[in-house]
Design a protein. Structure first.
Length: 422
């Protein structure tokens, strides 16, 4: 993968990103921000008690060797069974903020997923990643590279490129997707392809001659841009094929390469797919432990990789990339008779890198894994504060990306958690 990344960086330096693509998006700043974001979504509802919530009481069931630990001032839950969690916080805890006590007002997977990603249960708003991608530099080939996991584009759907975990996009680019159809499909003959190309070239040339203004000019410019971008996509097809379904390291490598190569501003992936997600542990809740171990091993590798690459404006790519890690809900504090935990409306999220005010946890837990009211300025529990919601998380992410949250989120619903922003 290192060779692919070096090749990608070389292509980016040679001008792979192309100008002028028109998108349906909000007004861009004169000089778009270089801040980037990767969102890792863990479907099914994780159990914050395994890592994020050091709430030790008779009202919370947890692993027999779980202990409260600190990485500097950052509290977390440690276990000998999860060495990668400890290694991650020891290496990157100073650049990490845990957000505790987030309330997602549902226990239905689909509804909670939309809540967590958009701050709204209805199909009315874009997800946080789509909003950030919509404000990217127009020269980016794939503003948001979507490998897997949830995506809820409404106004900004054209900002995302869906790659697919089974090589769907590379297959379309190479033409091999026709062989995967359930219905027999015959590709056009070479003679017909050539005839279509000549017809298109003739029409475009005519538009080009008439391209002084108006529709002919727009059509000629759009066709030239489409050809250039299609060629650029074909040139990175091998990179986009380097993904194994639900293999976290390969997905993270591809997204980091897209950010490093100047192809994308954001990326999104899901870890633990299948049904409602393998994190949905209504029985055998101890399975959450290996999932967190794998998750943090992958995140540690990603952060180390980003920290070794130069940023566009910051010293390293990690310095200008926020990694957001979340699930759609939490799990109940007590075990069921089958050894599992059911759905719970309070959960945690984690932010790493970028302008995150690291080395701390914001939000708070009450006994019994209930979220506590929080002062948004400090991020600490306060009786005069508010319960944290996905809208507060979204506003925080937008703020970290140099986007005014008020343009996309009603301030009465959610504003940024200043205590999480560096």
């Amino acid at each position: 993968m290192s060779l692919s990344r070096r090749s990608l960086l070389a292509m980016g330096a040679a001008g792979l990103a192309l100008p002028g693509l028109a998108r349906s998006r909000g007004a861009l700043a004169a000089s778009p921000s270089k801040q980037k974001m990767i969102l890792v979504f863990c479907p099914g509802g994780w159990d914050p008690a395994f890592v994020f919530a050091p709430v030790f009481s008779d009202n919370v069931d947890r692993g027999p060797d779980d202990v409260a630990a600190f990485a500097g001032d950052l509290p977390y839950v440690d276990s000998e069974r999860r060495p990668s969690v400890r290694a991650f916080f020891e290496a990157f805890g100073a650049r990490t903020t845990i957000i505790n006590g987030l309330q997602v007002p549902s226990v239905a997977h689909d509804v909670c997923t939309r809540w967590a990603m958009t701050g709204d249960a209805q199909a009315r708003t874009d997800d946080w990643v789509s909003v950030v991608a919509s404000q990217a530099d127009p020269s980016l080939l794939m503003p948001n590279v979507h490998l897997s996991g949830p995506l809820f584009p409404m106004q900004f759907g054209t900002a995302s490129v869906r790659v697919g975990l089974a090589g769907q996009l590379p297959g379309l680019l190479a033409g091999s997707a026709l062989t995967r159809s359930d219905v027999a499909v015959s590709a056009p003959s070479a003679a017909l392809d050539a005839l279509q190309d000549r017809f298109l070239d003739t029409r475009v040339a005519r538009f080009g001659r008439d391209a002084g203004r108006g529709a002919p000019a727009r059509i000629a410019a759009a066709e030239a841009l489409a050809r250039s971008r299609a060629g650029s996509l074909v040139s990175v097809a091998d990179l986009l094929s380097d993904v194994v379904a639900d293999d976290l390291p390969s997905q993270l490598r591809v997204i980091s390469a897209c950010l490093a190569g100047g192809l994308s501003r954001t990326g999104i992936l899901g870890f633990g797919l299948g049904g409602n997600g393998v994190w949905d542990t209504h029985s055998a809740n101890e399975l959450q432990g290996p999932l967190f171990e794998t998750l943090f091993a992958g995140l540690g590798g990603l952060c180390a990789e980003l920290d070794s690459l130069p940023g566009d404006e910051a010293p390293t790519l990690l310095d200008e990339t926020v990694i957001a890690v979340l699930s759609e809900m939490g799990r109940t504090p007590r075990l069921t008779p089958s050894g599992g935990k059911d759905h719970w409306t309070f959960t945690s999220a984690m932010l790493v890198g970028g302008r995150v005010r690291g080395g701390r946890a914001v939000g708070a837990w009450k006994d019994g894994m209930l979220g506590a009211a929080v002062d948004l300025q400090s991020g600490e529990a306060s009786s005069s504060g508010v319960l944290l919601s996905p809208s507060h998380l979204g506003a925080t992410l937008l703020s970290l990306m140099d986007i005014d949250p008020a343009e996309f989120i009603d301030p009465a619903v959610g504003t940024a958690i200043d205590g999480a922003v560096g």
